[in-house]
Design a protein around this ligand. Structure first.
Ligand SMILES: CC(C)(COP(=O)(O)OP(=O)(O)OC[C@H]1O[C@@H](n2cnc3c(N)ncnc32)[C@H](O)[C@@H]1OP(=O)(O)O)[C@@H](O)C(=O)NCCC(=O)NCCS
Length: 414
């Protein structure tokens, strides 16, 4: 809607204006992704700011960075400008209503009832801008007995089955996937919903409300497992590494303690090369290990034999052998702190450099989609609280400096 000569990258959403009234990770990530794709995103915060700014530790790690920046907030809020507006004041609400007139998208992720209390609900905003796309994030969806319950990542992972899916056999307690996977998946899914609704607006002329929850998106993250369970019963019992049905769909530990995950699931196609590479050709002469029929019951002895072979070389030595003498499907198991040195990550710019005005030259995880003609990109660090309030109000909404002073004195803006 705005001509966006100044803001945003050259991405596919160039010219789209997004109002991002969100906090923590779920909502902020969805808006940040729109920003990565070139939308002009204005984050709207209370005068105290998004609670994510104050998150001191995550998974035991301190989040504080130089210049009072916060790793959690920076990661979830790049490519945004920021204004601080007290929506509990009438003046504050009027500011946002004027922005809504110009906006394409509005995103919120507050507890059910909060948008209604502050006059930021879809019914109110669509009267101002009927073509608005209104993205709403919740824990469990807008309907049902738990629609008004608060939710953070672990709740989504717990309720949607992801924690149990991530729990290894024999573990005595459920396991949570790190990095707030349910929040991240929620944000990704909401971004998809908003982009699709923008397309529908252009093709069909309708604005609409788009709802995504922790529950819906985390179920969808496991869409194959959930869908197949409904059709055929749960086929995703935990894989027994000591006795897999197919030993080429298994994890093996190497001499240096590193692991290789094999996914060479087509037995007939891959088994001969696999055993030859391992130096276990004799397995092809034994009917119990030569073909899928013989293998059907699995075999702990066979798996132990293969596992012992893997212990004879380091993971990199095995990978060299595998790369030169076989065409198998496998990957070395890595941790996230190895990714920045991974040649594939480097070659594809999956981690990219960014010149941060406060933190200096940093690396950030890049937008995961590469567009050949309208590249996504990182063009701006996360905003400081209220950093752009005056510019937005004066340059884009027609307020003057007297108005700014009056609004500040009324505590409607920072
Ligand atoms: C995230 C969540 C658990 C936080 O719960 P909470 O801290 O109790 O916050 P609520 O959403 O209930 O309320 C937010 C408060 O901020 C206030 N607020 C937010 N923006 C404001 C602004 N710009 N100006 C003034 N007040 C503002 C709201 O009015 C509300 O206060 P109130 O209850 O006094 O009206 C909850 O919002 C939630 O479940 N959201 C949906 C799921 C989700 O996205 N979770 C986050 C995952 S990262």
């Amino acid at each position: 809607m705005n001509d966006q000569t100044q803001y945003g990258s050259e991405g596919p959403l160039k010219g789209i204006k997004v109002l991002d009234w969100t906090m923590w990770q779920f909502g902020p990530v969805s808006a940040s992704m729109l920003g990565d794709m070139g939308a002009d995103v204005i984050k709207i915060e209370s005068l105290d700011g998004d609670i994510g700014r104050a998150l001191a530790r995550m998974a035991g790690r301190y989040t504080g960075l130089a210049g009072d920046r916060n790793a959690y907030f920076e990661t979830c809020n790049r490519n945004k400008r920021g204004i601080a507006v007290d929506l509990k004041t009438e003046e504050g609400r009027q500011i946002v209503y004027r922005l809504v007139e110009q906006a394409d998208v509005f995103i919120e992720n507050f507890r059910q009832g909060v948008p209604e209390r502050l006059g930021m609900d879809y019914e109110t905003l669509k009267k101002i801008n009927p073509k608005l796309i209104y993205g709403s994030a919740s824990g469990y969806g807008p309907k049902g007995p738990d629609s008004d319950k608060p939710s953070l990542d672990g709740c989504g992972q717990a309720r949607a089955g992801l924690m149990m899916s991530a729990t290894p056999p024999g573990a005595t307690e459920p396991n949570r996937v790190i990095g707030a996977a349910s929040d991240q998946m929620g944000g990704i899914t909401l971004c998809l919903g908003v982009v699709s609704a923008l397309l529908a607006r252009d093709r069909q002329g309708v604005g609409q409300r788009v709802d995504v929850s922790h529950l819906s998106s985390t179920m969808w993250l496991q869409g194959l497992a959930v869908g197949m369970n409904l059709l055929a019963g749960n086929p995703f019992g935990h894989i027994d590494r000591q006795n897999p049905v197919n030993p080429m769909v298994n994890l093996y530990e190497c001499e240096d303690g590193r692991w290789i995950q094999f996914m060479s699931s087509q037995f007939t196609r891959y088994w001969p090369q696999f055993v030859e590479t391992m130096g276990l050709q004799e397995l092809l002469d034994d009917p119990s290990t030569a073909n899928p029929q013989g293998m059907r019951a699995g075999s702990p002895e066979l798996t132990a034999k293969i596992a012992a072979r893997f212990k004879q070389k380091t993971a990199d030595e095995w990978i060299e052998v595998l790369d030169t003498s076989a065409d198998l499907i496998y990957a070395k198991v890595q941790s996230i702190d190895e990714l920045q040195d991974d040649p594939q990550v480097i070659a594809n710019n999956y981690i990219t450099d960014f010149d941060h005005p406060v933190l200096g030259k940093i690396q950030v995880c890049n937008f995961p989609v590469a567009f050949s003609e309208t590249p996504a990109g990182i063009w701006k660090e996360a905003p400081e609280l209220g950093q752009d309030t005056e510019t937005v109000l004066i340059d884009e909404l027609g307020y003057d400096w007297d108005d700014i002073q009056r609004l500040q004195e009324a505590n409607a803006i920072l």
